[in-house]
Design a protein around this ligand. Structure first.
Ligand code: DGP
Length: 124
């Protein structure tokens, strides 16, 4: 099956973040435009923990393969920067886990925007 068709089917079925984009399950949405939705993480790992996701279903960074997906990913970073600015976040971290061994548990591309505490490096 072509990647696009697979992504479409996923969007239509069981992707929890697609359901948040569609308004089918609740989330505390903090930012939204035609490309991007951002909402509070359910299990925050920092005083500010916002997830920035493309409205288009992409499973992970591995699906940034063409102009449309690159635009969607870039718009997520632009939105993260705007959210950081609107919330006066001086320092912040943007993380995207790709694959289960890297810690990805939801297979809809998302960028964690974390701030409000001192961050350690390297991450665990
Ligand atoms: P990751 O492990 O990198 O795939 O991050 C997934 C994040 O998504 C994790 O921090 C928890 C969050 N999360 C999972 N399900 C929900 C949900 O239904 N609502 C919200 N707001 N966040 C969720």
């Amino acid at each position: 099956m072509a990647r696009g068709a697979n992504s479409f089917l996923m969007q239509m079925t069981d992707c929890i973040f697609c359901k948040i984009v569609a308004g089918e399950i609740p989330a505390t949405i903090v930012y939204r435009n035609e490309h991007v939705t951002a909402f509070q993480d359910l299990n925050p790992k920092a005083p500010t923990h916002i997830l920035v996701i493309p409205n288009q279903h992409l499973a992970s960074v591995n699906e940034i393969v063409d102009d449309a997906s690159a635009l969607a990913a870039g718009e997520c970073l632009r939105a993260a920067r705007e959210i950081a600015q609107q919330n006066n976040l001086g320092s912040y971290r943007i993380v995207t886990n790709t694959g289960a061994d890297a810690g990805q548990s939801v297979f809809h591309l998302h960028f964690h925007l974390l701030a409000g505490r001192r961050m350690a490096w390297p991450p665990g």
